[in-house]
Every structure is written in C-alpha cells, then in structure tokens.
Design a protein around this ligand. Structure first.
Ligand SMILES: [Zn+2]
Length: 228
C-alpha cells in the first residue's frame, strides 16, 4: 500500500500522519524529514542542502527524488508506506510513479483531508496576542474571558500578520494552486486513486474513515499502467 497524504493548512494532517504510521505499522515519510536527515549526516549532499536552505533557495527536484528513491528502497518500506505532502508538482508525481513501478509497488492512493474553507480560515486565524504582556489566546480553544481583551491587563488583543484572515485566505489559495494539478493527475485510471475523507471530525474518526477507504482499495488494487 502506497499512501499519499494531502490536506490544506489547518486540516490536522500533522496529527493524522503519525496516527496512520502507528496504527497501520508503515513508515510515514516527509521530504522535509529526508532533507533534515541528510543534513544531519553532513554528507556532501547534506552540506549542499544546508547551503541552499540558508540562502532561502529550493532544493532541486533531482536531489529530493534521489533521497526519496533511496528511502523507499529501505527494508521498512517493503510492506508499504505513507508519504506526507509530496509530490507537489505533476513532474514530481510522474517521477514518483516511475520510481514506484521500478520498486514494484502498486499505484498510490492519494488521501485528501477535506475541511470546508470557512472552518480552515477560522482555525488559521484564531490566534490573538496581547501587545502589552505577550499572553496568547486562541478564540476557538482558549478565548479570553472578555472578547478581544487580555485577561491579565485588559489590553486590546492584536494579531500577527501571519495569523490574519487575509493570510489564511492566501495560504489556502496557494495550497489549491499547487495541489489541484496533482489531484487531477492521480485521478487518471492506472495512475492512482484519489480518496476524499471528511476531516472535519475528531482524529480517530478521520483515521477510521481512511482505514475503511484503504481496506476497500486493497480488495481492488490498481496496477500501475506503466508496467503493462
Ligand atoms: Zn496582556
């Protein structure tokens, strides 16, 4: 089983990924972790990654692909694995499928965690802070006693630019622009499958929904068309 876990910012993907790893007993791989791991090794590639990131540049696809291919060939991946937040472009997706075919894996199942935009925007813009004492509030989970005012000193709460509704909208738009072509790619028969789960529920409920979808898929696995 090859799972690709996708979801917009604020959907709870960071909670779901380790849950799937633990309950399904498969490794959860993220390209961020791969880059960090390589950088810690201080290999030639690792040092190159450090210098690229220090300059605020992107790590080239070929380098990420190479690290991913080596990782997928490791023993703990033999029964399947989950990749978190990758591929981010159709080129990367197409290359990933070639890698999977080479390693004799089935076509990937892309799991998309669906949450309505309005809910996400509410979550992403819930953080407010007190400019005077630095106290942090979350209007969904830890609201101040009196709306908009600090509990400790009564100051008017403010938001960082990153936490505003405007920024939340921009992040969701950026996510869709990047992800939509990848979702379309994986809906082609023989390339993969896309499963949408309702992620507007508790993490255990999301997990159950994903598990049912995977079980249904395992009864009828899709072979990669490339290999025929
Ligand atoms: Zn305060």
């Amino acid at each position: 089983m090859v799972l690709l876990l996708f979801g917009p910012p604020g959907c709870g993907k960071g909670t779901q990924s380790p849950l799937l790893r633990d309950k399904l007993g498969i490794p959860a791989i993220s390209t961020g972790d791969l880059l960090r791991r390589e950088s810690e090794k201080q290999s030639d590639t690792g040092r190159l990654i450090d210098s690229l990131l220090a300059e605020g540049r992107l790590v080239p696809d070929e380098m990420v692909n190479g690290l991913l291919e080596a990782r997928l060939a490791e023993a703990d991946c033999s029964k399947g694995f989950l990749i978190d937040g990758y591929p981010r472009t159709v080129q990367q997706a197409s290359h990933l499928n070639q890698m999977l075919e080479g390693l004799n894996f089935p076509a990937p199942v892309l799991i998309h965690m669906d949450v309505p935009d309005l809910v996400l925007i509410g979550r992403l813009s819930a953080r407010w802070g007190c400019p005077k004492c630095g106290a942090i509030y979350n209007i969904l989970s830890k609201p101040p006693a009196e709306s908009g005012l600090c509990d400790l000193d009564g100051s008017m709460l403010t938001q960082r630019k990153d936490d505003t509704v405007h920024t939340a909208h921009r992040r969701l738009e950026a996510y869709k622009q990047i992800t939509d072509p990848v979702l379309s790619f994986y809906t082609f028969p023989g390339v993969g499958q896309v499963i949408h789960v309702n992620a507007q529920q508790q993490p255990d409920g999301v997990f159950e929904e994903i598990k049912l979808a995977i079980e249904a898929e395992l009864l009828a696995p899709v072979r990669l068309r490339l290999s025929s």
